[in-house]
Design a protein around this ligand. Structure first.
Ligand code: BGC
Length: 693
């Protein structure tokens, strides 16, 4: 039942990764292959390659992402996979908190260079699954609870990667929204919810023409994703997907059914499945023309890669590390600040907690996305010292024999030091032993000893800053009121501590905002009351995922979607909506920096159907912008509205429709902090009237 340990340890144990560099082998046409070769081509070679038909065609090498290239170099004695070192970028959770499409593209481009250096043809990334359950063990690998934000960021990432010569494999298609029983569970979801929430990020990403998608492990409405012909048909015929499909590792049970459904490549190679496919062909259960459809798509994908192999690396390692740092800086979300931040050069600082040590196990989650960093990070204290040279800064890991944050044996000395320092900075979080593939977190809270550490320190020093290294929402209620500031650093990669230090010291104004709600408690989440057992997960929360639910139902949260503080202050104004015909319009407004700090502001556009004939959530994100605005300056922002800003998926008509009526258009600094408002009237499929409110 445990997908990760089974497929990553047992299957891969005796199959070393292969790579044939260069462009050896030549492309053959479908009619130059025998049926035996075609059948063989439908199954991978070992764990990480497509089949090269003994040198007849090139074999593609694939590796896991999404925030670093995990090229398995060898298999250790215990069966664990040992990857090559590679730049550890911030996780997609942190990337999305930047709300910066340019950075999503830059990360894709940088990763492509990492892949090229390692002769990798396909990066098994990004994952665009929606964060329906805040405890999902893989949320750190995914973008957002919102399909528009997830899809638009993913689209840039994929385009950056592919334009720079490496194929993307978008995963996990689809409705793999938790890890609990992922191999068996059936995600039972209605058609409208499927289209609006779970397929939408894939649909957006398909605009960048990813060369591959990966099917998920779970069932969707009772049918295994690897046999769900309807879902692949939807992707290809309606959502714009024009690439090939591969299976998740071991997600195929009946290879013949999977071929018929449209899963072109099974990964990794399974002799049992291959032999059964051959037997099924011989028994007439599958026709050659059905096999040809998949073979052609695989040949097409191989040929595309062949043309791009050998392209030059464009960014130096230093430049790529700078991208990692910029993402970590912009992805950091300041959740609370009583005025203690930014720190001043000269203030004495006590940094506490193992999570600030820059160790990979605590600044990333575990599983397929785990990266062996290139150089590793410095400690937060070292990074602070660089930007606060006149300060006395000390560092204590402070953990007990179980590796949990605690004052342990020597509380007196450390607490005394915290009390004496101007500021205490406590580094806590989750890491790869809490957030990982194949299981979900069990609580939103930090370990009780971490909470105790925070409270004890805050009791000694009111100027206590908590830095959270976690890949998803955390319940901070036990200690938030006692501390002066909370910094959500996320899983921020191997330049993470430099980024945190730059923000703490005021070199960079924090500009990240939450791409996922921090609920008050699990019981408050729309997911909580939905039915699930070992084989079924009923998505009765429907389209009410994340803020769509909290805002519509009026349920309070700790920190809302789109929230994040800054050292700067911004004023919004001058809202205008210019009609461009039909449902197209340009929304423009200004954002003025009225503070003394230069900074970046993320402004968000939400739409509400005021008089819908079907249920609609109160607010839906339809646009966003991030602008760098110097102190005193003003930015003009332009966003667009089109049919997708107003439409819902009608299960009755099997199409996207827009009801006539009034729609509200909001511009806000978060989903709750709405600054500007307008109303538009839609008649006969077009906007006919605008009123700025
Ligand atoms: C994961 C995929 C991953 C694959 C190969 C699976 O267990 O779900 O995301 O790409 O393994 O490592």
């Amino acid at each position: 039942k445990n997908g990760f340990s089974f497929y990553h340890i047992i299957i891969n144990k005796d199959i070393p990764p292969v790579h044939r560099a260069g462009t050896e082998g030549f492309m053959v046409k479908l009619n130059e292959l025998t049926i035996e070769e075609k059948l063989r081509l439908l199954c991978g070679e070992g764990s990480w390659n497509t089949c090269g038909l003994d040198g007849k065609i090139p074999s593609l090498l694939m590796c896991d992402g999404p925030h670093g290239v995990r090229k398995v170099e060898r298999v250790g004695e215990n069966g664990e996979q040992i990857p090559l070192k590679s730049i550890a970028y911030p996780a997609l959770q942190c990337l999305t908190n930047t709300w910066n499409r340019k950075l999503a593209r830059a990360m894709g481009e940088a990763l492509a260079d990492d892949c090229k250096e390692k002769d990798v043809d396909i990066l098994l990334a990004p994952g665009v699954n929606i964060k329906r359950n805040p405890l999902n063990g893989r949320n750190f690998e995914y973008f957002s609870e919102d399909p528009y934000l997830a899809g638009t960021m993913a689209c840039e990432y994929v385009d950056g990667l592919q334009k720079n010569g490496v194929a993307a494999c978008v995963k996990h298609y689809c409705c793999n929204n938790e890890e609990h029983n992922r191999l068996e569970q059936s995600s039972e979801v209605d058609e409208r919810t499927l289209r609006e929430i779970y397929l939408k990020p894939f649909e957006w990403t398909f605009r960048a023409h990813p060369e591959w998608i990966m099917c998920s492990y779970n069932r969707v409405n009772g049918v295994r994703a690897s046999e769900h012909g309807k879902l692949f048909d939807t992707a290809r015929k309606e959502l714009g997907f024009d690439g090939a499909v591969m299976s998740d590792w071991g997600a195929v049970y009946d290879r013949t059914a999977a071929v018929k459904a449209g899963v072109d490549l099974e990964m990794p190679f399974s002799r049992e499945n291959y032999e059964r496919l051959v037997a099924d062909y011989k028994a007439g259960k599958i026709a050659e023309r059905e096999i040809d459809v998949c073979v052609e798509r695989i040949l097409g994908a191989v040929e595309k890669r062949l043309r791009r192999r050998g392209e030059k690396v464009k960014r130096s390692e230093k430049e790529r590390l700078a991208v990692a740092q910029e993402i970590a800086e912009e992805g950091l979300v300041l959740l609370k600040n009583d005025g203690v931040l930014p720190l001043e050069n000269g203030q004495s600082v006590s940094v506490l907690g193992r999570y600030g040590a820059g160790e990979k196990d605590y600044t990333s989650g575990g599983g397929a996305a785990q990266v062996l960093p290139l150089a590793g990070d410095v400690t937060l204290a070292e990074a602070l010292k660089e930007v606060m040279p006149d300060s006395e800064i000390d560092f204590e890991k402070a953990f007990n024999a179980d590796g949990i944050e605690s004052y342990g044996e020597k509380p007196h000395r450390i607490l005394e030091r915290c009390a004496q320092s101007d500021v205490s900075v406590i580094c806590v979080g989750t890491g790869r032993f809490v957030e990982y593939e194949s299981a979900d977190r069990t609580t939103l809270k930090l370990h009780p000893l971490q909470e105790e550490l925070i409270l004890q320190t805050a009791a000694q020093n009111p100027d206590t800053v908590v830095v959270l290294y976690a890949g998803g929402a955390v319940d901070v209620s036990a200690w938030a009121d006692e501390v002066a500031a909370i910094v959500y650093a996320g899983f921020n990669g191997e330049r993470g501590n430099r980024a945190v230090a730059n923000v703490l010291a005021g070199k960079v104004s924090p500009s990240g905002k939450l791409s996922e709600t921090f609920p008050v408690c699990l019981e408050d989440t729309p997911y909580y009351d939905t039915y699930r057992d070992v084989t079924v997960a009923r998505y009765t929360d429907g389209v009410d995922v994340g803020y769509r639910y909290y805002e519509t139902a009026g349920v309070g949260v700790q920190y809302e979607f789109g929230f994040g503080l800054s050292y700067a202050e911004f004023e919004y104004g001058d809202l205008e909506i210019e009609l461009k015909g039909g449902l197209n319009a340009e929304v423009s407004y200004t954002v003025k920096n009225i503070s003394d700090y230069d900074g970046k502001e993320i402004s968000q556009l939400y739409v509400r159907d005021a008089v819908a004939f079907v249920y609609r959530p109160d607010l839906e994100l339809k646009g966003y912008a991030k602008n760098y605005i110097k102190a005193g300056d003003c930015a003009e922002v332009k966003l667009t509205l089109d049919k997708s800003s107003f439409a819902y998926y009608s299960a009755a008509k099997d199409e996207w429709i827009v009801d006539d009526g009034v729609f509200n258009v909001f511009v806000g600094a978060s989903v709750k902090d709405i600054r500007l408002e307008a109303a538009v009237v839609v008649e006969n499929g077009g906007i006919v009237k605008v009123k700025i409110l």
